[in-house]
Design a binder for this molecule. Sequence first.
Ligand SMILES: [Zn+2]
Length: 287
Amino acid sequence: MIRSDDSNIKKHTLFLAAVSILLLVFCGTSLLKEAIAAQKTAQHEENQTHWGYEPGNGPFSWGKLNKDWLLCAEGDQQSPIDLTGARQKKMDGMKLEFPTANLKIVHQTHVLEALDNGHTIQINYDGGETLKIGNKRFALRQYHFHSPSEHTVNGRRNPMEMHMVHVSQDKKLAVIGVFIEQGRHNAAFDRIWSNLPTQTGQEVHHENVQVDIDHFLPRNKATYRYRGSLTTPPCSEGVGWFVYVEPIELSRDQIEAFQKIFHGNNRPIQPLNDRTLWYDGIEKRLQ
Ligand SMILES: [Zn+2]
C-alpha cells in the first residue's frame, strides 16, 4: 500500500511538475509578450508625453516628464530670461562673432498654414533661407505666439510675444522674438487672426493667403541677443536669441482674440547664469 501510494504520489508529483513546467513556459512566453507590448506602449507614450502649462504638466515638471527633456530641469543656458543689464557690443571681446553679426530678413511673403498644436498657434513656413546673421543663413520654419510674453524687460511683461524659429543647414537654431503690446489695430495680422484654429490639433491650410512677415517686425531693428534654449520641451540649448527691443502693436481686440484660445502659455524666467546679454542697437541707449 505504502509502495503503491508512494508510486501514486510520485506519478502525481511528476504530473504536477510537468504541468507546472508547461504552465511556466506558456505563461512565461505570454508574460514576456505582455512585457514587450507594455514596453512598446510605454516608449510610444514617452515619445508623446503630454506637457503643458498646468500644475502637473507645467514648466516645473517638464524635466521629470520625459528623460529626453532633462535640460528643462538641469540646463544652465535656458530661456526665457529677463532682458536687463544688457551690454553693448565689443565689451570684453567675448563671443565676438555674436554681438557683431548682422540680422537681415530676406524673404518677405509666404503661404499661411496655421496649426493649433495645443500649446500655441503655430504657423509653419517652408520658404527657404530667410535670415542672415553675418554670413550664416537660416530658414524660417515656423512662428508662434505666447501670452503673456516669455521674456521680460526689467521684470515687465508684454501681453504677447511672437517667436520666429529659424534653422541653418547645420541644424543651428536662431529664434527672433517680437514683443507685442496693446495699441493700434495691426492689419498685418488680420489674415492669421481671421483664421485662428478653434480646436486643438486643427490644421488650417490657406494656399493662397500671403502674409508679409516684414510687417510683423518693429521699425527699430535693435535687438537683445544671447545664447539660450527652446522655451518648450525638449528645451534644447545652443539657440541664438534675437529679441527686438521695440515692441509691435496689436489692438485690445486682437490680443483678446488670441487670449480666448491661449493664456498662460509662457515659461517662467530662467537664470542668466554664466551668460552675457548683448544689445546690438546704436539708436537707443539702454538705462
Ligand atoms: Zn516660443
